[in-house]
Every structure is written in C-alpha cells, then in structure tokens.
Design a binder for this molecule. Sequence first.
Ligand SMILES: N[C@@H](CCC(=O)N[C@@H](CS)C(=O)NCC(=O)O)C(=O)O
Length: 319
Amino acid sequence: MGMLVDGVWKDVWYDTKSTKGHFKRTTTSFRNWVTKDGAPGPSGDGGFKAEAGRYHLYVSLACPWAHRTLIFRKLKKLDDLISVSVVHPLMLENGWTFKTDAAATGDDLFGLDYLWQVYVKADPAYNGRVTVPVLWDKIQNTIVSNESAEIIRMFNTAFNGLTGDDQDFYPQALHDDIEALNNRIYDTVNNGVYKAGFATTQDAYEEALTPLFESLDWLEELLTNRRYLCGDVLTEADWRLFTTLVRFDAVYVGHFKCNIRRIADYPALSAYLKTLYSVPGVAETVNIDHIKRHYYGSHKTINPTGIIPVGPELDFLLP
Ligand SMILES: N[C@@H](CCC(=O)N[C@@H](CS)C(=O)NCC(=O)O)C(=O)O
C-alpha cells in the first residue's frame, strides 16, 4: 500500500491520525469521459470517442469499485470492444502489481510490473493514490478515468451504436431516485464497510457501523416489497449495491468487523443477492478467491498473520 508523490512511489498506509481514527477516501483525479462522438462529458476534457479496441480496463477482481465496471462491460456486451488486465490480489508495499496467477493476467498492454507505472505513464508528476479501476486510452496514451461511478455511466450509453445494446441502467425518469439511493448506499454501505474496517479508534468504528446496519435494515424492508431498488427496473443502483453485498459475508463481517448481522440473516437481501448473481454474465465477474486473498492478505495492520478464513459457505454460489 502506498502512493505517488511527484511521480515517485512511496510506501505509506492510510493516514488516520489527522482524522482522529476515521478513514477518509480521497477524491479521484482522472475525470474525462468516453462519449459517442468524443464531445466532452460532464467533467474533464473531450477527445475520447467510443471506438472498438481503443480502450483498456485495469481492474482488481477483489475491488468492489472495479467490479462495477466489469459488470457493466459484461452486461453492455463490451467484452470484444474493451480489453482488460487483472492485477494480482495482494496489494502490499508496491501497491497493485501485475504478478500473474490463476486469474491475474499481468499487464497485457505494456508488460509493466506495477499499476503505479501506468499512472506515471499518464502523468509523470502524478500525486495521489494508485487505485483500480483505470480506463486507459490506447490512442492518447493516457488515463481517461479512474472513477468507477463515471466509467459505468460511460459504458451504459457511449458504445451503444457499436454494440447495438440499448439496455439502460440509468434511465432518465429514474435519475432522482437513483441519485438518492446511490448517495445513502455509497456513504453508509459501499464506503461504510471501509469506514468501519479501516477505523483506528473505537468511536470511528462504531460511527460507521450504526448507519451501515440502519441502511441494511432499511434495504431489507425496501426489498421485501420490491424486486429491485427502483421497483421492477434493474438500475445502476442495484449493481453498485451488489458488489458490496457479494463481499459482505466473506470479508466484511470478519475482516472489517461488520458483524451485527450477515447478509445471510436478511431474507430479502439474500434473495436479491441471488437474483442479481444469477443474471447471465454476472457470476463470472465474481471471484471469491481473489476477494478473500486480497482483503485478508493485504491489510497487515488489520490481519497481521495474513491467515485467510476457510468459510463461510456462501449460499448464492449454490445452484
Ligand atoms: N473512487 C474510486 C475508488 C477506487 C478504490 O478506492 N479502489 C481501491 C481498491 S478497492 C484501491 O485501488 N485502493 C488503493 C489505494 O487506496 O491505495 C472508484 O470508485 O473508482
């Protein structure tokens, strides 16, 4: 774990001293958008036209934010248009690496050793954390975006003319509902588990845990009466929640101490998780082995022995 300072790699853990034990996620720095015709998107610069074979996605199969982009690549039929490299599950003193293993592919584009080298290629004086996902442009030789929330919106529409797929996970009529759901779920659930897990004081941990379980209880009630978060329509809000739910019982309950209840204890959330998992193409984006090895193996301050629990048996994996 570390970061780049003026383009030089430094091995440092998250600073929670200045925030009294609270984990604060830093903002993302590459915010350009791929669009149908290369016109600028809501942020960043233009010049990133949707073209087959032009873009490359760097992901970790362990990371819930990168997982969103893999799901959208799959559901929006972008497999043949956007290539992918998968980093090694362990993120230690060199950050994400391109060491290969069963599902870690190495860097198919440049043959580099570390993800930070991709960031330095895009910006030789880069300052900040080196995170996945990264969407790389092979023509301009730079990072288009490293913000998953925006990459999934690009994937949702920009390539429709090339794939002929017009499924819409962010329909105009539901924008307000989706934003409201995303805001609460991001703060208390997606990022809530990290705030609990990376807290270094009892107070900071408990401050994250209470709203996390209030939100899970609220979601359980909501999903008792609805198929998806917005009703009958499957939207990006569901996929954003899914990547946290699918990791919850395997790692967040134990490793991040989010242990008031498991997802398995919530009937509606469990059924919903299974429904989303069984959407064609989704199961192949879930890699529980990388997920467990990453969290239990990479965060030495939380789990110094690096021992990976054998259980639990996960219900959604069963047919
Ligand atoms: N805002 C980013 C967050 C991505 C993120 O935090 N990824 C984690 C992996 S789960 C990461 O790469 N962390 C490395 C670090 O913080 O040094 C997004 O949603 O795309």
